[in-house]
Design a protein around this ligand. Structure first.
Ligand code: NAD
Length: 498
């Protein structure tokens, strides 16, 4: 299926349009370096028009003040449309990101579930009544939309990440300007084509959902735009800091979903077959380009020799290839530039004393030469003093550290600026719960890795971010709470004598 080459792929005020200065950017397939599409590159003027369209649509009020069931209807119809194009969307995501088709299908299904979840949640979001202790007064707290929301997403889960923001933002009655990563914008464009059709059908104002495309300059223009009320950003730590600074001038609300350096802790009493299997998926799924990747394996010292040897053996067997091929277990990194960064991390770790147990080089198969592949890499003998333990690599690189007891492993796991996610493997239920409660992480899995559901909050402690996506908190991010007090029979109090 050829991706759309239509350059009119900015959505501004209900109209699909090219960039005003005609600029375009090529989108590349990371498996073979071929050009998939050329998409419009928004200028600052395009971005400003999109924000103003969202502002007028919000201020006009018909979307924000519509019954929540009306907005929920648009989300549900968009979910249905996504499912009706499930296979096309999944293939497009694979072409654009390199991930396997099986993962892309899961992403479309998860995006659909999140749209349906917020459609249901918003229609039962009733606010609350407060007991004032006074028979002549009624007090209640209601939830209202924040206003114009800028939604900025990264390249690893393009469809999923935008839906995690878009669904609660629209459900709550906001208007939006979305900006996907310049590296992988294709499924976001397709999603907005489906969404816009449903918005038009529902009679929503033209500027309800706007889409601008481009790189950091477009994201930065959104983050500082005075007519934007909220920025929801998912991406790297350094970019997150700059978004927060840019948002400060007009005191925008900011939600940040940033990186992770996630511990995967294996105690000696764990189910070792399962722990080993999940250690591989935790680290190497989507070539490790997952914010919650279990990139730090913390292994009980008694397991070291056997567990690490088997891990390295199986890492070497991982089948790299085209995400569209059935036999492929993991695809390439997203770009040549990103592969260079990952390789620099590996070289730095080896120079700092890490021991290479698997990978560490590019694959030699001729059919993989045009793609951005490194081999899945296992680095033994690591410790928290190394940069590879403190910094997010975001590639197929698994580090191994050893521990002797519970206190030590909790201290090791928490010794990082990040706090996104992690796992603990043990058959001792008490220990699992104890360790989970001591980890400074937004998500902890016990005897599992990676599952999530739309109903449960997702987000990070410490420098992994601020705010939460998914769950009821994911809706609250896009709402202002308003307290309304009504005195039924007003009577003068004569506080002042005059
Ligand atoms: P990135 O920070 O380079 O880019 C993210 C987005 O920000 C892109 O759309 C980019 O164009 C835009 N951007 C770049 N400069 C900007 C600026 N100055 N102002 C505003 N926007 C700007 O991240 P990436 O490389 O695309 O994605 C990888 C990162 O995303 C990793 O660190 C990963 O951990 C993180 N991530 C986190 C989560 C989570 O849920 N916490 C999920 C997925 C990815």
């Amino acid at each position: 299926m050829p991706p759309s080459l239509d350059p009119a792929c900015l959505l501004i005020d209900g109209a699909w349009t090219p960039a005003e200065d005609g600029r375009q950017r090529a989108v590349v397939n990371p498996f073979d370096s071929s050009t998939l599409a050329a998409v419009a590159e928004a200028s600052e003027a395009d971005t400003d028009r999109a924000v103003r369209a969202a502002r007028s649509a919000f201020d006009e009020g018909s979307w924000a003040r519509a019954p929540s069931a009306h907005r929920a209807g648009v989300l549900t119809a968009t979910a249905d449309a996504l499912q009706s194009q499930r296979e096309q969307l999944a293939r497009l995501e694979t072409l654009d990101t390199g991930k396997t088709l099986a993962e892309s299908r899961m992403d479309v299904d998860d995006a659909t579930a999140v749209l349906r979840y917020y459609a249901a949640l918003v229609t039962s979001d009733a606010g609350r009544t407060i007991d004032t202790g006074r028979p002549d007064a009624i007090s209640r707290v209601v939830h209202e939309p924040v206003g114009v929301c800028a939604l900025i997403t990264p390249w690893n889960y393009p469809l999923l990440q935008i839906v995690w923001k878009l669904a609660p933002a629209l459900a709550a009655g906001n208007t939006v300007v979305a900006k996907p990563s310049e590296v992988t914008p294709l499924t976001t464009i397709r999603l907005f084509r489906l969404l816009q059709a449903e918005l038009e059908q529902a009679g929503a104002p033209g500027g309800t959902a706007n889409l601008v495309l481009g790189g950091g300059a477009v994201g930065a223009a959104l983050a500082r735009h005075p007519a934007v009320d909220l920025v929801s950003f998912t991406g790297g730590l350094a970019t997150g800091r700059s978004v927060m600074r840019a948002a400060a001038d007009t005191v925008k609300k900011v939600a940040l979903e940033l990186g992770g350096k996630n511990p995967n802790i294996v105690f000696a009493d764990a189910d070792l077959d399962a722990a080993l299997d999940f250690a591989l998926t935790a680290a190497f799924l989507h070539s490790g380009q997952v914010c919650s990747a279990g990139s730090r394996l913390l292994l009980h010292r008694s397991l070291h020799a056997d567990f690490t040897a088997e891990l390295a053996r199986r890492a070497d067997l991982i089948r790299l290839g085209d995400g569209l091929d059935k036999g492929t277990e993991t695809g390439p990194l997203v770009s040549a530039e990103h592969r260079r960064k990952v390789e620099d991390h590996i070289a730095g770790a080896l120079a700092a004393g890490a021991v290479l147990r698997a990978g560490g080089s590019r694959p030699t198969e001729p059919e993989l030469q045009a793609g951005f592949f490194p081999r899945p890499t296992v680095l033994d003998g690591c410790h928290p003093g190394m940069a590879v333990i403190r910094e997010e690599v975001f590639g197929p690189v698994l580090t191994v550290e050893l521990f002797d007891d519970e206190d030590e492993v909790v201290a090791l796991a928490n010794d990082t600026p990040y706090g996104l996610a992690g796992a603990v493997w043990t058959q001792d239920t008490g220990r699992g719960e104890r360790v989970a409660s001591r980890l400074r992480l937004g998500t902890v899995w016990i005897n599992d890795y990676h599952p999530y559901v739309p109903q449960a909050e997702w987000g990070g402690f410490k420098q992994s971010g601020t705010g939460r996506e998914l769950g009821p908190s994911g809706l609250r991010e896009y709402q202002e709470s308003k307290h309304i007090w009504r005195t039924i029979t007003p009577a003068a109090q004569h506080w002042f004598g005059g």
